[in-house]
Design a protein around this ligand. Sequence first.
Ligand SMILES: NC(=O)c1ccc[n+]([C@@H]2O[C@H](COP(=O)([O-])OP(=O)(O)OC[C@H]3O[C@@H](n4cnc5c(N)ncnc54)[C@H](O)[C@@H]3O)[C@@H](O)[C@H]2O)c1
Length: 460
Amino acid sequence: MNISIVGTGYVGLTTGALLAAAGNKVYCIDVDPNKINVVKKGKSHFYEQGLDQFVKKTVDEGSLIPTLSYEKSIPDSEVAIICVGTPSKGDGSVDLSYVYNSTESIARNMKNGTIIVQKSTVPVGTGRRLQKIISRVGKKGSVVSCPEFLAEGSAVFDSLNMDRFVIGSESEPAKQKVIKLFQSLDDYSRTLDLESFDEFATIYNKKLSKFTDIPFEDRIYSMSLESAELVKVSANSFLTTKISFANSIAKICDKVGADINEVMDGIGADHRIGRAFLYAGLGWGGGCFPKDTAGLVYSAEEQGVDFKLLKSVVDVNNAQILYVVRKAKEMLKGELENKIITVLGLSFKPGTSDIRISPSIKLVKNLTYNHAKIRVYDPKAMENTEQELNNDVYFAKDIEDALRGTELAILATEWPEFIEMDFSSLKKFFKTPNLLDARNRWPKEKVKKLGFSYSGIGRS
Ligand SMILES: NC(=O)c1ccc[n+]([C@@H]2O[C@H](COP(=O)([O-])OP(=O)(O)OC[C@H]3O[C@@H](n4cnc5c(N)ncnc54)[C@H](O)[C@@H]3O)[C@@H](O)[C@H]2O)c1
């Protein structure tokens, strides 16, 4: 099928490269010439594990066509998939200007009958507005909501192995066509030649064995436009609720001497609850959770619904950085000023260079505000962060450099290289061997035996 992806970011490029690898002709459109130029060279403009090999192969073969031109791509496409950003405005509402502008550009260039797939996460009711834009431009076409559930850090795996495919529209033929398109991706994943994608194969070796056996048709959830739009924001809000719940229980653990990891293992073993996302730490961030929760609170209010539960989830999260800063202060005998502190990890989660609303960056800013001397290191997000943080922060070359002379090391993003670091050989770099495990992934008993002072979140 010939398709256009509008917005060549995390979602757009991943979806575009994989749909192209699956045998479709895919135009990836963006308004940013820098991004398009990088993709034209067969590379991703951000770090996502395993993605580069798919981008290279499909650009080289000509099945993925990066472009700035709606005029050249949209008329040749049966389906246009919107993957532009939907950032939060100051009042919590969602800035839909990118979605509206791109819809207008698609509508002006499309042939009648083109299907517009809305993959960006939007407030409920947006799809109806897109239908009005298409009519205003004088064109005929269907709007389909097809929310994206990939997670950065495992985007390739998630896109090849969708646990569910949610689709909402008034038009049954449009739904069937979009289902056929994504069925091609699922079929492709079954025949994936791992030797050509060894980067993906190596990283996902463990997960690959868990590729679902459930046929694609049994993973399709077909529904109304409004229901599909609401599924996405509700799902993200529910995940943030789990994290804020774990962070609240962790505070009780700290008071009574329980270990949050043990408590959550016990809770998560209940199949009605599940273990995923029940992790205490620095709190949630990233390009999606903060704006999607704020957006749902705002939409609910517009409908006269006071979403007290979700407001509390957000409040708990906003307070979490301060909780961690207080712990850092306690470990440094009540003083942060002029203390040398190492922050390990800057991206909002491991496996990505994305630092949007990263809890780690918030932590660094708070510590520098308190006049601590900060040394930072991240395997993939240093370049992005240099633009975000000022010169008060020392950007280390590697873990050893980051720990040199430190009085406290904080695990802020749980990259495997930080979790598995060799504590006994690295101890000599510490001025005082203090570890603050803000992701609860360091081996508490082991590091204590090695002579470190250890504190976690709910692991006192
Ligand atoms: N990143 C994720 O993990 C993820 C997961 C699920 C859903 N989503 C949702 O998907 C959407 C996209 O997210 P993202 O992280 O890929 O964003 P992103 O910022 O990485 O990419 C968006 C791209 O759209 C481009 N763009 C803006 N206006 C445009 C226009 N008029 N025409 C063409 N391109 C335009 C931007 O230049 C940018 O490259 C958001 O609504 C997000 O909430 C993201």
